[in-house]
Design a binder for this molecule. Sequence first.
Ligand code: HEM
Length: 249
Amino acid sequence: MEYIRYTVPAGRAAEFEAAYGRAAVPLGKAPQCLDYELSTCVDEPDHYILRIVWTSAQGHLEGFRKSERFREFFAEIQPYVTDIEEMRHYERVLHKTEPTLFEWAGGEEAFSRLTEVFYGHVRKDDVVGPLFAHMDPGHPKYVAMWLGEVFGGPDRYTTERGGYPHMLAQHLGKGITEAQRRRWVSLLMDAADEVGLPDDPEFRAAFASYIEWGTRLALANSQPGATPPTRAPVPRWGWGVAPPYQPSA
Ligand code: HEM
């Protein structure tokens, strides 16, 4: 983050803001600039702060500063250089964060309960049960580790169980049918209710979204002749378009 603080005498404020309005065009087009924001001080209106989020300080100094876009930008704001009080790069130390889906669900314990109950039902199910006839006894625990990692928890499946390549290998050649996929999803959603995973719409929408995506991939990768990528990171799933609900005060 670059912060540039200005003190601009009241008489020049309008032309200063207009100049920045023009300078913002090349700035916004620069690939090194991720975001920018010019704010005026509420308490002392002659104080301004320009905050620019760069890809990196180097991206700013070696990329933008040496580009044609910088020349266009600088031509507009040059008259105000003497009004600069501070111009420095900063790195974020703390900021407000959302809970991960993993935390929201109740952490490792919640995912372990979910998969224990789920695979209990899976084993007895006439549609998906036969696929799991020779299931490893540790399977529920491993899937809980996978889901925990996907939903923002510790990367235990990657570090302790072989990550994506191992999970992929378990599905290859299984020939999962759409009826089996649907039943798998349906039993998992039943188990989520049974173990009391949070049932707020935002959490369940994000949870179901990953399950829908993941089961469709599992089905596709399990078909004869499928050639999925052999290496990939474990996906990380977030809240998507419906962040955690915050009741207004
Ligand atoms: C989001 C969807 C899914 C996830 C996250 C998932 C996760 C996993 C993981 C992590 C493993 C490997 C466990 C280990 O480390 O040993 C695995 C294995 C397996 N999965 Fe899935 N899976 C999904 C969908 C499905 C579906 C839809 C089916 C079938 C209807 C299925 C059938 C199997 C089978 C049969 C195994 C091997 C079990 C064994 O014999 O030990 N999976 N799955």
